[in-house]
Each structure stands twice: as structure tokens, then as C-alpha cells.
Design a protein around this ligand. Structure first.
Ligand SMILES: NC(=O)c1ccc[n+]([C@@H]2O[C@H](COP(=O)([O-])OP(=O)(O)OC[C@H]3O[C@@H](n4cnc5c(N)ncnc54)[C@H](O)[C@@H]3O)[C@@H](O)[C@H]2O)c1
Length: 277
């Protein structure tokens, strides 16, 4: 797909991977709607990008709220016309705490942003792309955590949300077969972003901002020392859109762990209890 001149919306665009995707799309000539729950930060980020492409617009969005997604879409279409590319990227971490100790509100936060954010994008951005019939693309940011659970990190709720992102994307790809709208799932390894402090952006209706200093420090240290530059993820996404690549792995991938998990599933299928259809 040719990105130049197309309109793209990127959620979570004020920071990290979203900013990396926005930067790469702007450099590829897209008209860009940068959407984020942090109003000031996204305005600043959009200002920073307007040098690479004049057509950059910041908008506040809370992806956990359907009405907020509808409002951001309306604003995008009012300013830039037809939407062609939707990057459902906003996400938050949930790490360092065993699942038996994670309170319901924290589960809801992770699912609200990481899963409902994508569901709202599918329900509203995708019909907006299909409506005009021109070529389009949907990008749902998953993670290598969507293929395996990493021992010792206690990030079960996060991983679950990324398995969901992957499953939603696979199902969406099936539903869009026969249309000219493609789907990609960026699956980054560790990336040097602000995600460790993701609970800083917990919406008020989910309890408001939260600081989890110890857990944040452990993850921040790991990402700062091993994480890739988020701009590289942006370049990977642009390449995936151009080449219609579905699984867009990028960075350090625990390939052997993923393969071992798949082998375990295949072994389990070789059972006298299993019939095939
Ligand atoms: N950093 C990594 O190592 C890594 C690896 C794989 C996947 N990811 C995924 O990449 C995506 C982006 O994360 P990041 O690492 O860039 O983190 P980040 O914290 O740097 O950026 C996330 C952005 O999302 C925004 N956001 C949070 N809640 C929101 C909401 N309710 N509505 C709208 N915007 C909201 C934040 O304000 C922030 O600007 C997430 O889906 C994350 O799970 C990150």
C-alpha cells in the first residue's frame, strides 16, 4: 500500500512506540492524527513532528471509552477527510505482581486499554476505512508477550491482553479477506519507551494515575538497557503496511520459547482423546 497522502490515526502517539509509528508514517507522507490520553504531551509531540510533515494533528482520546474514540474519529475526519490507516497502539503494562495478588481494578485497567482499546478501534475505525472503499490498513500493537508467558516476570495479565490483541487481529484479518484493507500485528521485543510508568496514565474512571515505584524501576531498567529505539518499530510498521505483512516481529524475540510452546501444543494434539475436523 502506498502511504503517501493517506490519513492515519495512531493511538498512544505521545510517547514510545506510538510516537515512533507516527514519526515513520509522517516521514512516509501520511496525514497524521496523533491521539493520546495525555493532551499536553500529544500536542507537544505533534508540534515536534510538524517539521517532517505539515499535516499533523493532535487529538485527545481515551481508548477505553467508546464515546472518546468516536469523538476523535469525528475530529480526524472533519480535518483530514477519509481515514485510511488505523494504528490501535495505546497500551499499558501489568508486571511484577502475581495474578493472585492483582486487584480487579488493575485487571480492568490492563484489559480496558490493551483489549477494549483495540475493540473500539475495530468497531469504529475499521468501518470508517471500509466506508470509502479505498485501500486501507489496520495495525494492532501486540508484543512478543502475545506468544508466550515469560517466566519470572509476573506479567500474566499483560500477556493475556497481548494474546487477545493477536487473536482479535487474526479474526479481523479473516473478516477483511476480499476487501482492500490489510491487517498487521507489530510484535516487538523490549523497546526503550516509557511503558514501565504506564499506570501514570490510568484514567480517572479507573482510579486515576498510579505509581508502582518498585515494579516500574525493574521494568524501566530492563528496557533502558536492552530496549530498541521505538523509531525502529515505526519503520517496521511502515514496512508491514507497504508489504501487507501480518506478523511484524521486531527486536529481540524469544523465538526458542515460542517454538517450545508450539511444540508442546502439537504434542498435546497427538493424543488418543483428540479427533480431527
Ligand atoms: N515497550 C516495550 O517493550 C513494548 C514491547 C512490546 C509491545 N509494546 C506495546 O507497545 C504499545 C505502546 O507502548 P509503549 O511501550 O510505547 O509505552 P509508552 O508508555 O511509552 O506509550 C504509551 C502511550 O499510550 C498512551 N495511553 C495510555 N493509556 C491510554 C488511553 N487509555 N487512551 C489513549 N492513550 C493512552 C500513553 O499516554 C502513552 O503516550 C503498547 O501497546 C505496548 O503494550 C511495548
Amino acid at each position: 500500500m502506498d502511504i503517501s497522502g493517506k490519513t492515519a490515526i495512531v493511538t498512544g502517539a505521545a510517547s514510545g512506540i506510538g510516537l515512533g509509528i507516527a514519526t515513520a508514517l509522517a516521514e512516509a507522507g501520511a496525514k497524521l492524527v496523533m491521539a493520546d490520553i495525555q493532551k499536553d504531551a500529544v500536542e507537544e509531540a505533534a508540534h515536534g513532528l510538524s517539521g517532517t510533515n505539515k499535516r499533523v494533528m493532535p487529538v485527545r482520546i481515551d481508548v477505553t471509552q467508546e464515546q472518546s474514540v468516536l469523538d476523535a474519529l469525528a475530529e480526524a475526519e472533519r480535518n483530514f477527510g477519509k481515514l485510511h490507516i488505523a494504528c490501535n497502539n495505546a497500551g499499558v503494562p501489568m508486571h511484577g505482581t502475581r495474578m493472585i495478588d492483582v486487584p480487579p481494578r488493575d485487571w480492568e485497567f490492563a484489559m480496558g486499554v490493551n483489549i477494549w482499546g483495540i475493540i473500539h478501534g475495530i468497531r469504529h475505525f475499521v468501518p470508517a476505512i471500509l466506508r470509502h472503499g479505498e485501500e486501507g490498513h489496520v495495525v494492532n500493537t501486540a508484543s512478543v508477550a502475545g506468544f508466550q508467558n515469560r517466566r519470572g516476570t509476573n506479567q500474566g495479565p499483560y500477556s493475556m491482553s497481548k494474546y487477545a490483541a493477536l487473536s482479535l487481529s487474526e479474526a479481523l484479518e479473516h473478516e477483511l479477506e476480499g476487501t482492500n484493507v490489510g491487517v498487521s500485528v507489530p510484535c516487538p521485543g523490549p523497546i526503550n519507551t516509557n511503558i514501565a510508568r504506564g499506570a501514570r496514565n490510568r484514567p480517572d474512571h479507573m482510579g486515576g494515575p498510579q505509581i508502582r515505584a518498585n515494579d516500574e524501576a525493574v521494568l524501566a531498567e530492563r528496557l533502558a538497557t536492552t530496549g530498541l529505539d521505538p523509531k525502529t518499530v515505526g519503520e517496521r510498521v511502515v514496512d508491514a503496511i507497504r508489504t501487507k505483512n501480518f506478523y511484524a516481529f521486531v527486536g529481540a524475540v524469544p523465538a526458542e520459547i515460542i517454538k517450545a510452546r508450539h511444540r508442546r501444543i502439537e504434542d498435546a494434539l497427538n493424543s488418543p482423546w483428540v479427533t480431527h475436523y
